[in-house]
Design a protein around this ligand. Structure first.
Ligand code: PLP
Length: 453
């Protein structure tokens, strides 16, 4: 890496997120300068195909002018306003209406925040508020899943099941519990079918609820496809069995659609793809194509009604962020949703998604690849030391990072989650660009191979 003035300044000044801070001081990173379609360019002029759409989010790629123009126009008209104290503004009202029109079944109200973490954090507060309103002050525990990812606030990191985000941050808080990671390929027993594995997952969830006491368990959080856990699609029958357990014990279900929402899985929502019937839905990222920081929490009528009665009792609903539902972010999000509709983005994902999935599946013939699995335009590729025996690489080999770094050298940005390589390209990626992605990934695998086997 060439150290230029921005790189040195960066190392001297910025605290990087989700980064090995000690190593970063020595190696520095890559400073991106501009974007064009599905590509980003660094300061030295190197071009990268962004197969992660940044952080699973830049759904329309990196140069959608309409979004910039809408933001500019809104900044001239009303650059800031809020929704506190019975005030509102046109962009938030229009976005609420547009979003609820396409929302998962049963969602009737929406609250805007600035990030996925905040939407999930607000959801946790609302779930507690709801159970207080219903006179069930003991029903407060929240269950997440091992390797689940729901954000980085104190509460959203607690429901997340990412060990590296808990370590030394004194997380998770005590009222957050975790059930199994439904990663079939890695954790099924020899001969166990997907359905049988899903039954085992649901049984373990039930055992956890019974051990904690059903009267103390308020909600379960899950991503339709587990993103930060490694782009893990649910095994057959999983959500059907899980939802039956939740219903049995009157446990609310939050579907975290922060990655899956807006077409990623080939339907508007991951909830549609996997037949989820959530009580709450959080979304962010592709809501604004990530051109502005905005998230939404949608809830069902039964929760809203309880909020209204509790707010009446207390005199207010005492929650809010200065920038929640910022007019510029709302205007950009509305324009994003219009673009999805006009360009039939879901139809496009259904057309090109199978090319990505088949291309990755074909790479199961590569010596490093144990399994490739995904849906729509999200996929995970599991690297394995011994495929026949399903033996992973020794962690100290950092096989995933080695492959990711080789991909970077050939101009492809992917993400290594342990030894799983994740793909979530911009939803606008073309068939030709998918071919390029696959060819570059193969090159990255080939380059890492001699050091790993
Ligand atoms: N939920 C999911 C499923 C995510 O993948 C993420 C971030 O990647 C979040 C929540 C947190 O969103 P944010 O980073 O906008 O706070």
């Amino acid at each position: 890496m060439i150290a230029n003035s921005h790189d040195l300044l960066d190392r001297a000044t910025l605290i990087h997120q989700q980064t090995d801070l000690a190593a970063y001081q020595d190696t520095g990173g890559t400073i991106m300068k501009h974007g064009e379609g599905v590509y980003v360019f660094d300061e030295a002029g190197n071009k990268y195909l962004e197969a992660m759409a940044g952080l699973w989010c830049a759904s329309l790629g990196f140069s959608e002018k309409r979004l910039a123009e809408v933001a500019y126009k809104q900044m001239l008209e009303l650059p800031y306003y809020h929704t506190f104290f019975a005030k509102s503004h046109v962009p938030s009202v229009e976005l609420a209406d547009r979003l609820l029109a396409i929302a998962p079944k049963g969602m009737s109200k929406v609250m805007f925040q600035c990030s996925g973490s905040e939407a999930n954090d607000a959801a946790i507060k609302i779930i507690w508020y709801y159970n207080n309103a219903l006179g069930r002050p003991q029903k407060k525990k929240i269950i997440g899943r091992v390797r689940g990812y729901h954000g980085n606030t104190v509460a959203s990191v607690s429901v997340s099941g990412q060990p590296h985000m808990h370590a030394d941050f004194d997380a998770p808080l005590a009222m957050f519990k975790h059930t199994d990671n439904p990663h079939y390929y890695r954790f099924h027993e020899d001969g166990e079918t997907e359905e049988a594995f899903s039954t085992r997952m649901a049984d373990n969830l039930e055992k956890l609820i019974l051990a904690e006491g059903p009267d103390t368990v308020a909600a379960f959080f899950a991503e339709p496809v587990q993103g930060g856990g490694g782009a893990i699609t649910p095994p057959a029958g999983y959500f059907e069995k899980i939802q039956a357990v939740l219903k049995k014990y009157d446990v609310l279900f939050l579907a975290d659609e922060v990655i899956c929402g807006f077409g990623r899985t080939g339907n508007m929502w991951g909830s549609e793809t996997y037949d989820l019937r959530p009580d709450l839905v959080s979304c962010a990222k592709a809501l604004s194509a990530s051109y502005q920081p905005i998230s939404a929490l949608m809830i069902s009528d039964k929760i809203y009604e309880a909020m209204v009665s509790e707010s009446k009792k207390l005199g207010t609903f005492g929650h809010g962020f200065t920038y929640g539902g910022h007019p510029v972010a709302c205007a950009v999000a509305s324009e994003t949703l219009k673009i999805y509709e006009e360009r039939d983005i879901i139809g496009h994902v259904r057309k090109v998604g199978p090319l990505l999935q088949q291309g990755l599946k074909d790479l199961e013939a590569h010596p490093l690849v144990g399994n490739a699995r995904g849906v729509g335009l999200i996929a995970g590729v599991e690297l394995m030391a011994d495929k026949a025996k399903r033996i992973p690489f020794a962690p100290e080999l950092k096989a995933g990072i080695q492959v990711m770094e080789e991909c970077h050298k050939v101009g492809l940005i992917v993400r290594a989650i342990g030894d799983r390589i994740a793909f979530t390209p911009p939803l606008v990626i073309s068939a030709g660009e998918i071919d390029e992605l696959l060819a570059k990934f193969r090159k990255g695998l080939d380059a890492a191979l001699p050091r790993l086997m």
